[in-house]
Design a protein around this ligand. Structure first.
Ligand SMILES: N[C@@H](CCC(=O)N[C@@H](CS)C(=O)NCC(=O)O)C(=O)O
Length: 191
């Protein structure tokens, strides 16, 4: 059985929850209180962060690495593009995720100019999504899973208007039709 050390409000954990749901993998969760982290979490991840995936004696932190692992261990349905070039471009987006997360967390901290920087990041995603239906390319996949938790939180928690970014807004509308993302949307609303 897989155990996910998890926190409802954590977007990195959301990446893994979405992936587990997409793959139809059964798992149990241990909710970690991020405001009062238990000492034992450092035995699971020396950085003390969630998510951490545990499978028997195997422990794995880092959401992007966990999702790569799950993709290889449970290849169906495939969530990376079949074409190596398309796959590399989708991986590049995950690799450069800081381009969205840095302005997102700056915005949350209320830093001056963060709103403009976040809008610039959204504009780059919008241009990409005008050219292709999904961040992963022609099909939904791991790059979409990697980004959508922050976009949902930016819209529903930070009050970011997606209307000026119609391709991003359309992408979100398509994604929330998936049960894995709809479940996250509910969690964002309730946590
Ligand atoms: N790079 C990590 C980041 C995970 C992360 O920052 N998780 C947050 C919760 S959303 C956390 O555990 N924060 C506690 C801390 O940073 O000490 C990943 O992708 O899994």
């Amino acid at each position: 059985m897989i155990t996910l050390y998890d926190a409802d409000r954590c977007p990195y954990c959301a990446r893994v929850r979405i992936m587990l749901a997409e793959k139809g993998i059964e798992y149990e969760t241990v909710e970690v209180d991020l405001d009062d982290r238990p000492a034992w979490i450092y035995e699971k991840n020396p950085l003390g962060r969630v998510p951490v995936l545990e499978e028997d004696t195997f422990l794995l932190p880092e959401s992007a690495v966990i999702n790569e692992y799950l993709e290889e261990r449970y290849p169906e349905p495939a969530l990376w593009p079949g074409d190596p070039g398309d796959r590399a471009l989708a991986r590049l987006l995950v690799y450069r995720f800081d381009e969205l997360s840095k302005p997102y967390y700056a915005l949350r901290r209320g830093e001056p100019g963060a709103g403009e920087r976040f809008d610039e990041a959204l504009a780059r995603l919008d241009a990409l999504l005008e050219a292709q239906p999904f961040l992963s390319g022609r099909e939904y996949g791991l790059a979409d899973v990697a980004y959508v938790p922050w976009i949902l939180r930016a819209r529903d928690r930070l009050g970011i208007d997606l209307e000026p970014f119609p391709a991003v807004a359309g992408w979100v509308d398509r994604l929330v039709e998936r049960p894995s993302i709809a479940a996250e949307l509910e969690l964002v609303a309730s946590s």
